[in-house]
Every structure is written in structure tokens, then in C-alpha cells.
Design a protein around this ligand. Structure first.
Ligand SMILES: Nc1nc2c(c(=O)[nH]1)N[C@H]1C(S)=C(S)[C@@H](COP(=O)(O)O)O[C@H]1N2
Ligand SMILES: [Mo]
Length: 427
């Protein structure tokens, strides 16, 4: 580290947060690379690495990650253990991912009773209830319908439960455990409105019941307004057929709505005039308030962000320059602004947001930081275009009853100790 180099850069907030222009400023020495100069020429001839001396591996039908990246794995949470191994979740390792899109093999999984092995030839989607004519669609039928493509996140309402009113002190878990039941993909499928129009949905229809073909028979009520707006029967995930754990051969996709409503292995849509009040929307996914009542149908996911680097489970590599980076998203619309603080929220700096900024799709945010080695607390706070702002955990917690765990979109804070240890802290 060149002594004093951080002083030449404009500071944007307290405790070393630098102006975003530092990313393009030529005079910054991000790491002291100069000493490496003497060994730079040694990459040819006998001293060339082994992989330059023999032909490489041939081609393969389906590519796999480098064996050197094996640590990027989903981690399983199985609350019922071997009694019901398919009930629970696996989390996206946000700490090992960059950019916005989640690779298909790392999309989080949340299933109530395992992943059914569905033969698409034997699967049917039925649309019935308050329609002129009930209809039945095979997978091949749906492949002949017009499709749309959009990038959006799916987030389980339980994301953030380890910082919720279910626990009494901050748990020291990787950022993927804390916030990784949120993943992002580019989805392609058939707009549900086309199928409802074709079935002749009656004009006073208000709700739909959507049911999955899994052993949980998971089902949810969906407002007709959402169904006719941007709801899709998703068939493809990042270009390939959706994965079995994501609902192959077809799932519902409701951009911005809580993950539970995105019914996987979709087999039935019944048009109704009122919500069905299924077990999944009454006993679960409702918000318990301090007075003992509960809010039902909190469908849109709140504006949220989390710093994914530096973050648990990693440690700081010493003082100096860092890119503080993370993800921000909102189920209400587009992220407009992300602020980052390095001094426990006393001062904030605007982060750079990755383009394109799309509604219901996460953005990657970045801000340069010069860590002087002193104890610090890093936080991020996202805003959306509907005027929503993330709140501190204490404020969020006070709104709900003891034990409440859903819809926690409060601010994530990371403590950084002098020895570089990172910890989850509450503010
Ligand atoms: N049929 C069915 N659909 C389902 C579920 C399920 O268990 N069965 N889980 C729901 C929940 S709670 C969430 S958060 C999302 C998770 O989607 P993913 O597993 O593709 O990440 O799917 C939803 N759809
Ligand atoms: Mo969920």
C-alpha cells in the first residue's frame, strides 16, 4: 500500500468511504503490485505452467464449474432432518457470487415435501372454475404459445429469519444463510393472461387458486389483477428448461411477490371470487403483530439490500482498499438508490448501481472503501421508486410479535474488528 494514497481521493462519507469516481481514478494503487515486476517474464519455456505443456481436456456435453470453485455450494437447511429430508430449503451462496444472475445449479430451493420427478409427457395444467370453458394444457401445448422473457428475483418470505424476532441475538452465519433464499434468473414462459383469456374468465373473478403437483400439494391464492398483469407460466430458467427443484416442467412466476406464491410443478389454476385461505396463506406466510392479530396476504416483498463482500464467512485480508459490494432489490418496483455507511449509519455514501436497473430485479451496488484497520460497522440501505426505504432492524422488529419471522427486509450490518474478523451485528 502506497502510504497516504487514500488521502488523495475524495471521501464521500465517514470512516474511509470513498467517492465512486475512485473506481476509475488512475492514480490509485489498489494493491502493491509493483514488487511482482521481477518475476513477470517467467511464463514461457521450461518454467511455463504444466497446463501449457500438454493438450487440454476435450469437449463435454454439459459444462461444469472449475474444480477449484467447489466451495460455491448451496447449503441445506432441513428442520425435520431425516424424517422429511425434502422439507426445508437450500440457500444460494451469495458470498461466492458476483453480478446479479444466479447460476441455475445455485438457485435457492424451498420445498415443503421434496422435489417430484415429473415426466412432462404425463403432466397437465388445468384451468377451471369461473371460466367459460375449462381447459387442459400439456407441456407440448404450452411450447406452442407466445412467450415473454424477463429477469426477476424470487425471494422466500422467510429470507432474513435468522435476524428476525424468532432469534434473540445475532447469529454468526454466512451472508448466504442470512439472505440467500433470494435468487435471480432470466425467466421465459407463457403469460398467464393468455390462458385465462382463452378459457373465457368471467368478469367478476377476483382471485385464483394455484396448486402444485408435489407431495405437499402446495397451493396459494393469487389476485386476478396480478395474474392479468405480469404473471407468467415459466418454462425456462436462464435459457434452459427450468430445473426440477425450481418446478420442472412449469411454475408460476409473479415478479416481486413472495416466493411462496410462485407455485412450482403447477398443475391447476382455479378461478374464484375470493381467496381460498389455504394452509400456506393462513398458518404460514402471515405476519404476526404485537396485539396477537396477523396480516394476511403481504404479497409484495419489501425493498432490501445486503452487502455480500466484505461479509461472513470471510475475513478482511488486511487494511487498505476494498470494493464494498452487494445486492439490492424490491418487490414494489425498481431500486433507485443504495447508500452505504462504514460508521454505523452516522454518514452514508451513494453506491454505484449496475445497469440495467429493472423493476423486480436486483441491482449490484458497489462503493470503494479504504479501511484503516479500526473497528467499523458496514451497512447498506436501499430505496425504491415507490418511496420505500429499508429500516434498521430494531424498528422492523418492534412492528411485529415475538417469534415473528417473515418479511424481514431490515438493514444488514457487518461489524469489522481490528483483526479483520467480520460479524453479524444488530442495529
Ligand atoms: N408446489 C410447490 N410450490 C412451491 C413450494 C413448494 O413447496 N411446493 N415452495 C414455495 C416457496 S415457500 C418458495 S420460497 C418458492 C421457492 O422457489 P425455488 O425453490 O425455485 O427457489 O417456491 C414456492 N413454490
Ligand atoms: Mo418461501
Amino acid at each position: 500500500m502506497e502510504p497516504g494514497s487514500a488521502n488523495r481521493i475524495e471521501h464521500a462519507a465517514g470512516n474511509g468511504l470513498l467517492n465512486r469516481r475512485a473506481f476509475v481514478q488512475k492514480s490509485i494503487v489498489w494493491l502493491s503490485a509493483t514488487a511482482a515486476g521481477s518475476s513477470m517474464a517467467a511464463t514461457t519455456g521450461d518454467s511455463a505452467p504444466d497446463w501449457m505443456k500438454t493438450p487440454g481436456a476435450p469437449f463435454r456435453g454439459y459444462g461444469q464449474p472449475s474444480p477449484y470453485t467447489e466451495s460455491a455450494q448451496r447449503k441445506h437447511l432441513q428442520p425435520y432432518g431425516e424424517m422429511a429430508p425434502g422439507s426445508g430449503a437450500s440457500v444460494t451462496p451469495l458470498q461466492d457470487l458476483h453480478g446479479v444472475i444466479t447460476p441455475n445449479g445455485l438457485h435457492f430451493e424451498r420445498s415443503h415435501n421434496g422435489v417430484p420427478a415429473i415426466d412432462p409427457e404425463e403432466h397437465e395444467l388445468i384451468v377451471h372454475g369461473m371460466v367459460g370453458q375449462a381447459l387442459k394444457f400439456s407441456y407440448n401445448d404450452l411450447l406452442r404459445y407466445p412467450t415473454v422473457t424477463r429477469t426477476c428475483f424470487i425471494e422466500c418470505s422467510g429470507n432474513g429469519l435468522f435476524n428476525s424476532n424468532l432469534v434473540s441475538q445475532p447469529m454468526q452465519l454466512p451472508v448466504g444463510h442470512l439472505h440467500g433464499v433470494m435468487s435471480t434468473a432470466e425467466w421465459t414462459g407463457v403469460p398467464l393472461s393468455i390462458l385465462l383469456d382463452e378459457a373465457g374468465m368471467v368478469t367478476n373473478a377476483k382471485w385464483l387458486l394455484a396448486e402444485g403437483a408435489d407431495a405437499a400439494g402446495m397451493s396459494r391464492s393469487i389476485p386476478v389483477s396480478k395474474a392479468m398483469d405480469d404473471t407468467m407460466i415459466a418454462l425456462f430458467q436462464n435459457g434452459e428448461p427450468i430445473r426440477p427443484e425450481q418446478g420442472y416442467p412449469m411454475r408460476l412466476l409473479l415478479p416481486g411477490f413472495e416466493g411462496n406464491t410462485h407455485v412450482k410443478w403447477l398443475r391447476r389454476i382455479k378461478v374464484t371470487d375470493a381467496p381460498t385461505y389455504t394452509k400456506d396463506e393462513t398458518s404460514k406466510y402471515s405476519d404476526l403483530l404485537p396485539d396477537g392479530t396477523a396480516n394476511l396476504f403481504s404479497l409484495k416483498m419489501g425493498v432490501k439490500s445486503a452487502i455480500t463482500r466484505p461479509a461472513l464467512p470471510y475475513k478482511m485480508a488486511g487494511k487498505g482498499f476494498y470494493e464494498v459490494s452487494g445486492l439490492a432489490w424490491s418487490g414494489h418496483g425498481s431500486v433507485t438508490r443504495v447508500e452505504v455507511s462504514a460508521d454505523t449509519g452516522r454518514s452514508w455514501s451513494d453506491a454505484e448501481l449496475s445497469a440495467p436497473i429493472l423493476p423486480m430485479s436486483p441491482v449490484r451496488f458497489r462503493v470503494p472503501w479504504h479501511w484503516d484497520g479500526s473497528p467499523s460497522v458496514l451497512m447498506s440501505r436501499a430505496h425504491d421508486d415507490q418511496g420505500n426505504i429499508q429500516m434498521p432492524r430494531s424498528e422492523w422488529s418492534a412492528k411485529y410479535a415475538v417469534g415473528h419471522l417473515y418479511h424481514n427486509n431490515s438493514i444488514q450490518a457487518w461489524g469489522i474488528a481490528t483483526d479483520g474478523e467480520i460479524s453479524n451485528v444488530w442495529s
